[in-house]
Design a protein around this ligand. Structure first.
Ligand code: PMP
Length: 396
């Protein structure tokens, strides 16, 4: 069995969720728009599911939840929909430098439509500078979009402070909560986001379904036009098995999140402690202010990709960064924004833990990684002569 340490890229569907979805494929397959009994039952499931997603984030009403096809679509609907809705008020949007690629590319799209997009920088731990954010605001700013946490380095953003600034300046605040929703409880009444992106798979539900939370009074222009489902905000026949699965996943996550986060933090801390014993290895991101399931390292003189492939041969499955950007040869924009050099950013290894990670998975990587790092460093032309001499002595 492999040790799977790439939960940030994909999570298995919880078997309890899978069971809950089954009836909606071929028994209760109705369309909520139909007026007969099948349609009636589908409407009940749809509204019951909406209620469970609202409860998951403590939203005051199920009407605050719009189902989408996933986080990418929620980000599109949230940011583009809000920009279009408010374009008479202003054309300026602020995002962070380390947003997920979907937000960065939405920013580029909006720039082509005449909007101005500013990017707030982060410190070396990947946390945005709140003063710089405040200074970027102009009287044309209509939206701030900063994720709750980085999907690559796990750094937690000061969302309470961003909310306070946005409220003071009467600017909407959108946040992509995908990277933290499986480990950090969300309460939109305590932290009153205007718009929030949620994904089902990131809480062990199926892929292809997500949601956008809209605070009361916040409306966005639709970007998918059609039959007017989802209160006219997101057309298209509802993905009922997905919606029922997402709701079940949210119900489970709501009750288990604290216990799960505590367990993962213990495993993650052991992982960090042990891996940092490897000479010239470093933790990327903030030592404490990070999601409980994220550990991201870099190792001098070697590339993350070679580490990933060597680990794969040992049946330890890891990533070098965001799965959505893994096909580009560019170094991680997040690590570059944290001030790393290109060669340092190329040396990173992203280990993300989840519901089914066990201590033996941590023990496995801790057992094999030091040898792999040593072997690769002996082969690397970048390794300093002093270290090379020492490594060769250790080998003999
Ligand atoms: N936002 C973040 C922070 C992500 O990590 C991801 C990828 N899991 C997405 C958005 C996009 O999600 P999806 O590919 O499911 O639409």
């Amino acid at each position: 069995m492999s040790a799977y340490l790439d939960y940030q890229a994909a999570k298995p569907v919880d078997p309890r969720v899978f069971e809950a979805m089954k009836p909606y494929f071929n028994e209760d397959f109705g369309n909520p728009s139909s007026l007969h009994n099948y349609g009636y039952r589908a409407t009940n499931t749809l509204e019951e599911s909406r209620r469970k997603i609202a409860e998951f984030i403590n939203a005051p009403s199920p009407d605050n939840i719009i189902f989408t096809s996933g986080a990418t679509e929620s980000n599109n609907l949230g940011v583009i929909g809000a920009a279009l809705r408010n374009k008479k008020k202003g054309n300026h949007i602020i995002i962070s430098e380390i947003e997920h690629i979907s937000i960065l590319n939405i920013g580029k799209f909006l720039e082509r439509q005449g909007f101005i997009v500013s990017k707030v920088p982060v410190d070396r731990f990947g946390i945005i500078n709140i003063n710089k954010l405040e200074r970027l605001i102009t009287d044309k700013t209509i939206l701030i979009s900063v994720s709750t946490a980085s999907n690559e380095i796990g750094s937690l953003q000061p969302v309470e402070e961003i909310v306070a600034i946005a409220q003071k300046k009467k600017i909407w605040f959108h946040s992509d909560a995908v990277a933290s929703e499986s480990t950090i409880p969300i309460d939109v009444q305590k932290v009153p986001f205007d718009l929030l992106t949620l994904s089902s798979n990131d809480i062990y539900g199926p892929r292809g379904i997500g949601a956008l939370y809209l605070k009361k009074g916040v409306r966005v222009n639709p970007i998918i036009i059609g039959g007017g489902q989802e209160m006219g905000i997101r057309s298209g026949s509802e993905n009922m098995p997905g919606i029922a699965g997402f709701a079940k996943a949210a119900e489970i996550m709501k009750t288990e999140i604290n216990e799960e986060a505590t367990r993962l933090k213990v495993l993650r801390d052991k992982l960090i402690r042990e891996i940092l014993k490897i000479p010239k290895s470093y933790l990327n991101g903030h030592p404490e202010q990070r999601t409980p399931n994220n550990a991201n390292f870099r190792f001098d003189y070697i590339e993350g990709e070679s580490l990933l492939l060597s680990l794969k041969d040992e049946k330890v499955e890891v990533a070098t960064g965001s799965a959505c950007s893994s096909k580009t040869l560019e170094p991680s924009h997040t690590l570059i924004s944290c001030g790393l050099l290109h060669e340092e950013a190329h040396g990173s290894l992203l280990l993300s833990l989840g519901r089914y990670t066990e201590e033996k998975d941590i023990d496995k990587i801790v057992e094999v990684l030091p040898g792999i790092v040593r072997r690769l460093r002996i082969l690397s032309p970048l390794t300093s002569s002093d270290l090379l001499k020492k490594l060769k002595e250790e080998e003999n």
